[in-house]
Design a protein around this ligand. Structure first.
Ligand SMILES: Nc1ncnc2c1ncn2[C@@H]1O[C@H](COP(=O)(O)OP(=O)(O)O)[C@@H](O)[C@H]1O
Ligand SMILES: O=C(CO)[C@@H](O)[C@H](O)COP(=O)(O)O
Length: 486
């Protein structure tokens, strides 16, 4: 142990988690978390409030805490609009807010899917920030002229931690101090993998390029670079080094130490299949997002809107807890005797169906049991992810290990059924906060000023478990037969 500590933050959809680790070994020293409000439209102040509670639960960041650097991983794509006084112009529209589905379709019509994929690595869907800007231009046009800066959740929280904020709260609204990193910038739809595309920002907002030039976009801090140091506030003292931070999926890749052949399957609010790559990708089908990672490489992502909350919904239907749902699911046969859940409970992004709803198919007297409903829920959610894995493979991703992470990976049923649905063994690293860990590693990297991220050996979470099982192709076959029926 070095005695020097670093903090990593995961400001995710449902909560804020803070880990404090030893800068040299990476050993976990303290952690804390706090919930975020429900909903797909959230005032950023709620992220700050949750951060302050989570940081306090993690022992605080005060001068005597030993924390010398901090970085923030965050839910991607959320649109934070600020005016010249640093005031939030409207609640942030989150990645899972699908009201901009028509705006996404319009943007794709205007340029063509292939041109978008070439320009920014992704074809716009409702999740991407640029579609939310178009929605504002079309539905809240009075706001457009007041936009002085556009930021993402991790950018805004980093800025607040640095000590900046709205003038009305007595803070310095220095918009020029906003920072981001390649990974999060690459999810906006107006960053061309090495520079902002002001023309696409202008297109999103329906303004001319001169106007788009005047809007502050966060400075893109390079991997391992420091974004600055904190100014000092009630929660965070002055002089703490700020790492660049990252989009949560890039943060998880860094936290897991993913290399070629590793594919992470994250079951959080979003379901994410991701792999690091040496080259950018441009999937004109729109199934795979070509983002950047947090180390200077790239990240291929297949993302669904429906993952852990499908299990939460099944628990609510069946009136059971997590353990109860697993027991029920494991009590029915593979394929749930023909009962299939297409789990588009929040609309869907992959495939692009922002207005879809979920549906059960194949319900008969014989399979109308809690066990079958539980089984179909777990299998339906996993089938959505398996489709995402296929899309990544079609883009050339190499699949060596499958690593299952996120809150849903704690489910015994998910662990046991995933290998049969994916047709491959699955590794489950010890339960942990891999996004926050990745951010902590970034913080240590920025603090060291080294060329490469630190190699951490202070493992603390227990063994990685391997799950295997006979492939059950019938599960995916019957899912594929009804998936597109609506
Ligand atoms: N044992 C468990 N089994 C299944 N799901 C779980 C379990 N524990 C937590 N979860 C689910 O994990 C989700 C939160 O996971 P997390 O990865 O933190 O999400 P996010 O990053 O989107 O905020 C919640 O929907 C919660 O119900
Ligand atoms: O939209 C994406 C990635 O493109 C999501 O992965 C969000 O980044 C939210 O992540 P969670 O809060 O569900 O972990």
């Amino acid at each position: 142990m070095s005695g020097i500590l670093v903090a990593g933050v995961d400001s995710s959809t449902q909560s804020c988690k803070v880990v404090v680790r030893d800068a040299e070994t990476g050993a976990l020293v303290r952690s804390g978390s706090a919930s975020h409000p429900d909903g797909t439209e959230v005032h950023p102040d709620a992220w700050w409030d949750a951060f302050t509670v989570a940081a306090a639960a993690a022992g605080g960041l005060g001068a005597d805490s030993g924390v010398a650097a901090i970085a923030v991983g965050g839910q991607q794509h959320g649109m934070v609009l600020l005016d010249a006084d640093g005031e939030v112009l409207r609640p942030a529209l989150l990645w899972n807010d699908t009201r901009s589905g028509e705006s996404a379709a319009a943007l794709v019509d205007e340029l063509g899917a292939a041109a978008w994929a070439e320009a920014v690595g992704s074809v716009p869907v409702a999740s991407l920030t640029v579609t939310k800007l178009r929605w504002v231009a079309d539905h809240e046009p009075d706001l457009v002229g007041r936009i002085a800066a556009v930021a993402l959740p991790h950018d805004w929280l980093t800025w607040r931690i640095a000590g900046y904020g709205p003038r009305s709260q007595g803070l310095e609204p220095d918009l020029g101090a906003l920072t981001t990193d390649r990974s999060d910038a690459s999810g906006t739809g107006y960053w061309g993998l090495d520079a902002y595309r002001r023309d696409l920002l202008a297109r999103g907002l329906r303004v001319d390029e001169a106007t788009a030039e005047r809007i502050v976009l966060p400075r893109v801090v390079g991997p391992g670079e420091a974004a600055g140091t904190t100014q000092g506030s009630e929660t965070v003292p002055a002089g703490i080094v700020l790492g660049a931070g990252a989009g949560d999926n890039a943060g998880a890749a860094l936290g897991l130490g993913m290399s070629a052949g590793d594919v992470a399957i994250s079951i959080g609010t979003s379901g994410v299949v991701s792999a690091v790559a040496d080259r950018p990708s441009a999937d004109a089908s729109g199934l795979v997002n070509g983002f950047a990672d947090a180390t200077g490489r790239y990240l291929l992502l297949g993302v669904t809107l429906n993952a852990s909350r499908v299990l939460d919904a099944a628990r609510s239907i069946l009136g059971v807890d997590h353990v109860g749902l697993s027991k029920l699911a494991l009590g029915a046969p593979a394929g749930a005797d023909g009962l299939v859940l297409v789990p588009y409970l929040e609309g869907e992004r992959t495939p692009n169906r922002p207005d879809a709803t979920g549906s059960f198919h194949g319900l008969r007297l014989a399979n109308a049991t809690p066990e079958h409903v539980a089984r179909a829920s777990v299998e339906g959610m996993l089938c959505g992810l398996a489709d995402g894995l296929d899309a990544l493979v079609a883009q050339g991703a190499e699949v060596g290990r499958l690593l299952l992470i996120g809150g849903g990976a704690r489910s015994e049923a998910v662990r046991q059924l995933a290998p049969s649905v994916f047709g491959r063994p699955v590794e489950v690293p010890p339960p942990g906060e891999y996004v926050a860990d990745g951010a902590a590693r970034q913080a240590a990297w920025a603090l060291a000023g080294a060329a490469e991220p630190p190699v951490w050996t202070g493992g603390d979470g227990g063994p990685t478990l391997t799950f295997d099982g006979e492939p059950t192709p019938v599960v995916r076959e019957q899912y594929a037969a009804v998936r597109d029926l609506g």
